[in-house]
Design a protein. Structure first.
Length: 389
């Protein structure tokens, strides 16, 4: 199957979660024998107008990237180059990664009669409290109409959680599939850590309120103040990094490594014993409106590396990490409960190791990129067959 995958505004290769997702899907489908072409950018915010006439072509890890460096908010400027590319390639299917101001792939597919899979990774219709929604309301709802039209055009929609898609869309065309981990790269530390040494607790992610990094630092302070022997490592960047660093001042066992290249992540995670992901949806209106649709890449990768995981007791996180099976669940926003859970796992290396083994097994069985791409292949095969009847 020849596949054109439009990921407007996403840097590929890159270090963003969206970059990882796009790369893993493209690579995984290519490894399954398909010819994959990806439309992406070289880096966020870069503008090269010459790409509108001649995209920069790069062969990468078994698939082809067509770089069209246009700011994400101006993604619809790429309609003509993507239409030309689709005419030249004659793909069997087009996948488009949904974004408010994108849709060039969907337009090209509509013009050329090519079946489409719309990939939705966030809430399509923003809740009324969001600035974009308020602006859209004042303009009479053009963004909502365009979003709904793309969903109607799509032969199928894939998303981590069906509530991301407007209720007016036929639910039989929506397929729920979480993101995953590369279980061949993200593997347990070899040799295993010495259980007699103080364990390391790691947080990886964006320093934004809903990721709960500050909750993690506050919990770390409580644990260390209680005299528990362990160390904490925080990896990532974002608007709350300075606040988190200030909160950790005077605690030498709390360190910050900043944003690191994605290629370093397996070794970084392998250096730890416990992974924390204290998400807090109270700081994210869209997550409160639709449920936790954000597929948690870091949780899958913690688990693939054999770490015991502590995360928030919210669906669907509680389906991925089952309490006292792959780790522990705590109420979101509850710093005391998070500190208690960390203390429990630090004090019990046997249970911690058992959770880690179970976590690895669960990801390999149900949450690998390999499984994700096999599921996508089945959907793509079905919609292609429906078009050729």
């Amino acid at each position: 199957m020849k596949i054109l995958y439009v990921a407007s505004g996403i840097p590929v290769p890159g270090n963003l979660g969206g970059s990882t997702h796009t790369y893993e899907v493209a690579r995984g489908l290519a490894q399954r024998g398909h010819e994959v072409h990806v439309v992406a950018v070289t880096r966020e915010g870069r503008t090269q107008l010459k790409h509108l006439w001649r995209p920069a072509v790069l062969q990468w890890d078994g698939f082809t990237i067509h770089h069209i460096d246009i700011p994400k908010i101006a993604s619809l400027m790429t309609v003509l180059p993507i239409l030309r590319l689709a005419r030249a390639l004659q793909p069997d299917v087009i996948i488009e990664r949904y974004y408010n101001f994108a849709g060039a792939g969907m337009i090209a597919a509509r013009v050329l009669g090519i079946p489409t899979l719309l990939e939705v990774n966030a809430l399509i219709i923003d809740p009324p409290s969001e600035r974009k929604r308020r602006l859209d309301d004042r303009l009479g709802g053009p963004m909502r109409r365009w979003a709904t039209r793309q969903c109607r055009w799509a032969d199928a929609i894939v998303t981590p959680l069906h509530t991301t898609v407007p209720a007016v869309i036929d639910r039989t065309r929506i397929h729920e599939h979480p993101w995953g981990a590369d279980v061949d790269r993200f593997v347990p530390a070899d040799p295993p850590h010495d259980p007699t040494l103080p364990p390391t607790i790691i947080f990886i992610g964006s320093f934004r309120a809903w990721h709960g990094a500050s909750h993690g630092v506050a919990a770390a302070r409580r644990v260390l103040d209680a005299g528990v022997a362990c160390r904490f490592v925080f990896v990532g960047a974002g608007p709350q990094l300075a606040e988190a660093q200030a909160l950790a001042a005077g605690y030498p066992d709390i360190t910050f490594r900043g944003a690191l290249p994605y290629a370093d992540m397996p070794a970084v995670i392998q250096s730890a014993d416990i992974g924390i992901a204290p998400f807090d949806t109270s700081a994210h209106p869209a997550l409160q409106a639709a449920g936790f649709y954000w597929s948690p890449l870091k949780i899958h990768e913690y688990m693939a590396c054999g770490l015991a995981v502590i995360t928030s007791a919210i669906t669907p996180l509680d389906r991925i990490v089952r309490h006292q099976s792959e780790g522990l669940l705590v109420p979101e926003g509850d710093v005391t409960a998070l500190a208690d859970a960390i203390t429990t796992l630090v004090a019990d290396p046997v249970t911690r190791a058992q959770y880690g083994v179970a976590a690895r097994a669960r990801v390999v069985a149900d949450y690998s990129w390999q499984q994700h791409c096999a599921d996508l292949e089945a959907i793509l095969t079905t919609i292609q067959a429906q078009h050729t009847r």
